[in-house]
Design a protein around this ligand. Structure first.
Ligand code: PEP
Length: 260
């Protein structure tokens, strides 16, 4: 993944979660065709994270397309007795260039702590994958006024020492906004992204000023432009709206007006 000379190159990443089958290649091919045609010079990277079972087939179907593929999780270890788990190296072998780690559904459903997330991000780096590190507060934490403390605490504890602006992307995803149709106001997003940017600069110096910070949580075609225009929002992690190529492409087109 590359950055523009002038600034941070945005990333629109779709997280399919536990959805899709081999026939869903049609959605991927529609995205591929748009990027080979009408959206060919889009100043943003475009990525899909399908279920791991689909990565190899999708990679074959995409061929030389700029559409990037990612996994949704990986194990910290490269191999061994870990039934049902997938190593970062296996995702890379299948055709992924990135992996989502620390999604709130993994943190909630599988008890993943930020320390485990950091190990997974390190595993991604070891395998040559970009780690998309998810952080975000619950509704109760927001109501209690703890949003920035929670998010920045997760950031510090989830980022491994190997993190650079090239191999790591942060995704701020308020847990209460995921899959609910609710979103924070643009001002709220701006405040949290500013806090993340400031802490990234403290933790990583110059690298932190260049690292992409995505917003995720009920991004849809009708709110993407407003959310993507917020300062320090360098793209989106999109769940439900990434399942249909037409919706996902409508979000991707947010960056069409910004072509050079
Ligand atoms: C997600 O799961 O990362 C996500 C942002 O989901 P949705 O867009 O459906 O809220």
């Amino acid at each position: 993944m590359v950055k523009d000379g002038g600034g941070i190159r945005p990333l629109i990443a779709g997280n399919w979660k536990m959805n899709g089958d081999k026939a869903s290649v049609a959605e991927i091919l529609a995205v591929r065709d748009a990027l080979a045609g009408p959206l060919a010079d889009l100043p943003a990277d475009v990525m899909i994270a399908p279920p791991a079972t689909l990565i190899a087939g999708f990679a074959a179907a995409l061929g030389a397309s700029p559409v990037l593929l990612a996994g949704q999780d990986c194990h910290p270890k490269p191999d061994g007795a870990h039934t049902g788990d997938i190593a970062a190296e296996m995702l890379r072998d299948a055709g992924a260039v990135a992996v989502i780690v620390g999604h709130s559904e993994r943190r909630a459903d599988h008890g993943e702590t930020s320390s485990i997330v950091s190990e997974k991000a390190m595993a991604a780096h070891r395998a040559g994958l970009t780690a998309i590190v998810c952080i975000g507060e619950t509704k109760d934490e927001r109501t209690a006024g703890k949003t920035v403390a929670v998010v920045c605490g997760q950031l510090k504890d989830s980022l491994p020492a190997s993190a650079t602006s090239e191999n790591t992307v942060i995704a701020y995803e308020p847990v209460w906004a995921i899959g609910t149709g609710l979103t924070p106001t643009p001002d709220d997003v701006k405040d949290v992204h500013a806090a993340i940017r400031s802490d990234l600069a403290t933790l990583l110096g110059q690298e932190g000023t260049k690292m992409r910070i995505l917003y995720g949580g009920s991004v849809k075609p009708d709110n993407a432009a407003v959310l993507m225009a917020v300062e320090n929002v360098d793209g989106a992690l999109v769940g439900g709206a990434s399942l249909k190529a037409s919706d996902f492409l409508a979000i991707v087109r947010t960056y069409e007006a910004k072509r050079c």
